[in-house]
Write a protein that binds this ligand. Structure first.
Ligand code: SF4
Length: 180
């Protein structure tokens, strides 16, 4: 392991932040990790644009134009890009919307759903346009590693980082592998 710290960026696209919470579940072991790694752009920092990083962790699939743009920025700046969790890997629960058309989804939520006042589909130019489907990140950019689980456990993150810090190819122990 060299002396310079790994630069780490994270983001949540069409995710629920549960994968980030599981990352934080490393608890005091996070402190040990941070002796060898520092954060660049992440929901855990106030850094707005991503710089050159060693590792990018992507939570969530891609459901809108902004997600796709952020994902491409991560790919362009991260040496190793990691799809974290079921949503990033295969779209996850949000991809259940793929069985309906986008128009059907928007109408159900904003026009015909229960309790709606002033029915109107939002069209402010500031809002990112939704894509026709929710996509796994691997369908948009090349991904180097996948950490399965909804979310992956803190131990999964630990095994992954320990291997990288030792210059090894990460291999997840069987007991850390799950998809739920
Ligand atoms: S994989 Fe699960 S925990 Fe992670 S963002 Fe998706 S729904 Fe949330």
């Amino acid at each position: 392991m060299n002396n310079s710290k790994l630069k780490l960026a994270t983001t949540s696209l069409a995710g629920c932040f549960g994968c980030h919470m599981s990352f934080l579940d490393m608890d005091e072991r996070l402190e040990a990790l941070l002796e060898h790694a520092s954060f660049d752009r992440s929901p855990l920092t106030d850094i707005k644009t991503i710089g050159n990083c060693d590792i990018g962790l992507i939570e969530g699939g891609v459901c809108n134009a902004e997600n796709a743009e952020v994902l491409r920025q991560f790919r362009a700046n991260c040496r190793i890009l990691v799809a974290v969790g079921a949503c990033a890997i295969n779209g996850g629960v949000p991809a259940m919307r793929n069985q309906y058309s986008l128009q059907e989804c928007l109408e159900e939520v904003y026009l015909h759903g229960t309790g709606i006042v002033n029915p109107r589909i939002p069209d402010d130019i500031e809002l990112p346009l939704l894509l026709d489907k929710v996509y796994p990140v691997g369908e948009i950019v090349k991904i180097d590693y996948y950490l399965p689980g909804c979310p992956p456990s803190a131990d999964t993150f630990l095994h992954f980082f320990e291997a990288l810090l030792q210059g090894k190819t990460p291999e997840l122990p069987r007991e850390t592998l799950h998809y739920d």
